[in-house]
Structure formats: C-alpha cells, structure tokens
Design a protein around this ligand. Structure first.
Ligand code: SF4
Length: 371
C-alpha cells in the first residue's frame, strides 16, 4: 500500500485558528503522542489502542504513549520540549474493579476495561470472521489482545453484567461501550450484543449503553438492540470512499455503502437523531474535502461523524506490513475543525449522546473543537 500521509491539497483553514491553541495542541499530541505514566492504558484490541488515558484540560483523552514525543506530562502540566504549554493533563487513576476476578478466576480487567475516566468498554466477541490476512481491516488488531492473553474470546452476558455492576459501584463509571468482532451469522454479531445489554440493564438499570456493530443483515435487529436497553449505537464505516474501503478493508468493503446508509437511517429512526455515530478515520489516503462532504451527509441524516486519526499500531497490517505513518497534523486539524463547525451548526454535540465514543470523545479532538 502506498500511503504517505503528506499534507493534502490546500487545507481551507490554517492550523491554530480555532479555540486558541488547545485544538492545535490536542491534534499534535494525538499524532506525536506524550510521555506520561498512565495507569489506564490499552494495548491491541478493537479500535484505537496503544494509548494512555488522561484528562486533557478536563476532557477525557486517549493519547498515544511515545517515548520519542517532545511532550512530557510533569506534575499535572503538559510540557513541550521542557516549556510549560499552560495545559493541564492529569492521568486517569487505576480503577478499583481491576483488582477483582470472577468465581472462575477470570480477572475483571480481562472482561472489560476503563476508557477515559468514566467509560466501561468491552469487545463481547474478540474474534472476527474477517480476520484472515486477505480480508482483515488493515488498521485492526482485534485478535492481538486475545493472543497476548489480555482478554477472553467470548464474554458471556453474566460475566459482563458482573463487571459492569462492580465498575459502576466502585469506580462510578457512567456509561458503557460494547463492540463485537463480526460473526458469520446474518446478524453479524448483534444478537449476542443484545443479550449482553439485557443482562447489564437487569443489574445496573442506570448505566447507559452504546452498542457498536456492522449493519446487521436484518434491520429489525436494530430495534432488538434498542428494546434490550441500548440507547446509542455506532455503525462504523471508517471511510465513505469506496476505493479507500477496498484498499483498507477488503472484507468489510463488501458491505455496500447502500447497506450502511440503510442501517444509519433505520438506527436514527429507532434511536433518535444524534444517538447514532460512525467512525471516520483520517489518514487512509482520502481527499479531505470529500471526507468533510461525507461528514456533512452524515450530519444531515442525524449521524455523528466521529473523526479519529489513523494510529500506526503494532500488530496491524498497516503498521507491520504497509508501514503507514500517522496523518499529518495540519490535515487532521483541518478536517476536525471543519466537521466540528458543521456539528455546531446542526446543534449536534458528542456529549449529548447517551453513551459511546462520541459521548466519551477521548479518541478524537472534536470535543476540544466544540463538536
Ligand atoms: S472514544 Fe471510544 S474507543 Fe476511545 S476511549 Fe472513548 S470509548 Fe474508548
């Protein structure tokens, strides 16, 4: 794959225009990482990882940890090459539920993890039908944390409910994100997700839950997820450009954009406007203007486009085989800024979502930009 992630054709806005320097710095640390001792961190697995979880100016943030970064967190301040940036960064403390285990001896930490400061997250099925080398999404390392022994392949509804209750009671988690590897079935894994949601809501009715899955073959499954008790849903496309999708997601790109659009429309009908989201990854070689136009289409549908930089992660084909670098900061800044403006104009805020990645915001700079 030949993706260089050089700055792409003319960014309409210069870096540093919005929200003082906070957005520029938030974008820069997302790309260059930070040096920080973070008790809450992730290695491998679904979604962005290899990061430390901190409060960045009070906002939950998941930032790559890099010993080569010029950014250092010292005594709650962010230093750039030794100079105080004026930005407060506080590592999230290790949660108490990590010290517990099930009666069978499975560590709670292997069942679900703290994300940010207030989010409990788990991958209910840690394997994916598309994980064959020719099929897998090139940015994904879902089975790596399984191979390393950090998690278990299938979490049962009762296991997850037990951990959710403890995390809620001991550590004050406010919301939960549940994703899944894609199964062979027509539901693509959504039925197991619904069972897990029901089990959690039976023991912690107050906990808001987001489910994340591919467009289910049968759209009535979306109603099943809502009726089980989920109140937000992520149906993640990562890119709306079919050429990018074929290059980066050979298996998943066979789920057509028409199927995604139908699933998003049905999800907005069932869950409501701005309770549906999708990831858009910056750095897959897409045209920035087309990405912003795609985000606008999503916003018009009531779907929140969660703008996240591609991260070069160990254990992914993109890093280990293709050697794709992180996107250029000016491109990420430009897209984040333009999409946040569109979100603000539409009255859609990530924090208005009941649960999920947009509500958490840690993996994106959108909340720093006001979106
Ligand atoms: S944005 Fe999503 S993946 Fe990132 S830390 Fe928050 S819940 Fe986890």
């Amino acid at each position: 794959m030949t993706i260089t992630n050089e700055p792409q054709a003319p960014a309409r806005r210069a870096v540093g225009i919005s929200n003082g320097g906070a957005l520029s710095t938030r974008v820069d640390v997302a790309i260059r990482g930070i040096r920080v001792a973070a008790p809450v961190h992730r290695e491998g697995g679904a979604g962005p990882s290899d990061d430390g979880h901190v409060l960045f100016q009070g906002l939950q943030s998941a930032i790559p940890q890099s010993q080569d970064s010029p950014y250092l967190v010292d005594d709650g301040r962010l230093l750039l090459e030794g100079e105080d940036t004026g930005i407060e960064v506080t590592p999230v403390a290790r949660p108490r539920f990590y010290d517990l285990a099930t009666a069978d001896g499975v560590s709670y930490e292997a069942i679900a993890r703290l994300h940010g400061a207030k989010v409990l997250a788990t991958t209910v099925v840690q394997t994916c039908v598309r994980y064959d080398v020719a099929e897998r999404c090139r940015f994904c390392s879902i089975e790596e944390s399984l191979n390393s022994g950090a998690t278990v392949a299938v979490k049962t509804p009762s296991m997850i409910a037990e951990v959710a209750e403890a995390a809620w009671r001991l550590d004050g988690v406010e919301q939960m994100v549940m994703t899944t590897g894609t199964s062979k079935g027509r539901d693509r894994g959504a039925t197991h997700l619904a069972r897990c949601v029901r089990a959690i809501k039976a023991v912690v009715p107050e906990l808001e839950i987001q489910v994340q899955c591919e467009p289910p073959g049968d759209l009535t499954t979306i109603t099943d997820l809502y009726e089980a008790g989920a109140r937000s849903i992520g149906i993640h496309v990562e890119s709306m450009d079919d050429d990018v999708r074929r290059r980066w997601m050979p298996g998943k790109s066979r789920v057509s954009m028409d199927e995604y659009r139908a699933a998003w429309r049905e999800a907005v009908r069932v869950f409501g406007r701005n309770q549906v989201s999708t990831y858009l990854l910056v750095g897959l070689g897409e045209d920035p203007d087309e990405m912003v136009a795609g985000a606008q289409e999503l916003i018009d549908m009531g779907v929140y486009p969660f703008i996240v930089p591609f991260r070069p992660l160990r254990g992914t084909l993109a890093t280990d085989v293709d050697h794709v670098p992180a996107p250029h900061g000016s491109v990420l800044h430009d897209i984040t800024f333009r999409v946040s403006e569109a979100l603000i104009a539409a009255g859609m805020k990530g924090t208005d979502q009941k649960a999920g990645c947009a509500a958490c915001g840690a993996c994106s700079a959108l909340q720093t930009a006001g979106g």
